[in-house]
Write a protein of this length. Structure first.
Length: 223
């Protein structure tokens, strides 16, 4: 897979290292020439191509190979830059998948298809969700959004009073556009099947759409 990253900071370098380690072709674009020269000389991350330039500039993106990229990830520390890069990647180069980092949660509403963003990742919201997941029982905690918010990964720790407790998944009547993807029980990961019985204190991870979220919430938490 051909991936271009905008932003050569610690986040960009880590992502690049992981992707390159998996056999993908990765290019990092950063406007700090000194930083680019430093990591090019060290060949770090290993095998990653570095381009010095403004990722908001069409010529720079073309030089980075964006016309042939399958994924563009805008992961700079500036939300405005990430939006501009996303829009250029989608509209000017037709990149199939554009992922953007949200630094300020107040800006998350802008990271949508109008700006060319297929998937946005808000680190503050993700951390908040994981904290809530750790301390909250009987609440519907959103962890990640996909396809511009059309699908969401969420988690519920079942309370003793949950209507789903002690019942088989198949009997709960989950809607067609929602599914249980994992169950965490006493530090063990369970792959759910139709005959899997949910228990109180289970951490149930579900994939839902906007249309099915309320129904799934009712099934796992109650009205």
């Amino acid at each position: 897979m051909n991936v271009v990253l905008a932003g050569g900071g610690s986040v960009g370098r880590f992502i690049a290292e992981q992707l390159a380690g998996g056999g993908n072709d990765v290019t990092i674009v950063d406007n700090d020439r000194a930083l680019v020269d430093h990591y090019k000389a060290l060949d770090e991350p290993k095998g990653v191509r570095w381009i010095a330039g403004d990722a908001c500039d069409l010529d720079t993106l073309k030089n980075a190979g964006l016309p042939d990229a399958e994924v563009m990830a805008a992961v700079t520390g500036d939300d405005e830059d990430n939006l501009v890069v996303s829009l250029l990647a989608k509209q000017e180069f037709g990149v199939p998948r554009v992922v953007a980092r949200v630094n300020n949660p107040k800006n998350e509403w802008m990271f949508n298809e109008m700006w060319g963003v297929d998937v946005s990742v808000s680190t503050p919201h993700l951390i908040t969700g994981l904290v809530q997941e750790a301390v909250t029982v009987g609440s519907f905690v959103r962890l990640l959004s996909f396809e511009r918010g059309k699908a969401k990964l969420a988690e519920v720790t079942l309370a003793d009073t949950s209507p789903a407790a002690n019942k088989e998944i198949v009997s709960l009547g989950f809607p067609r556009n929602a599914t249980v993807v994992a169950i965490l029980r006493e530090d063990h990961l369970l792959v759910p099947r139709g005959d899997t019985i949910l228990r109180a204190a289970d951490e149930v991870v579900v994939l839902v759409t906007a249309d099915s979220e309320d129904q799934v919430r009712s099934i796992l938490i109650g009205s």
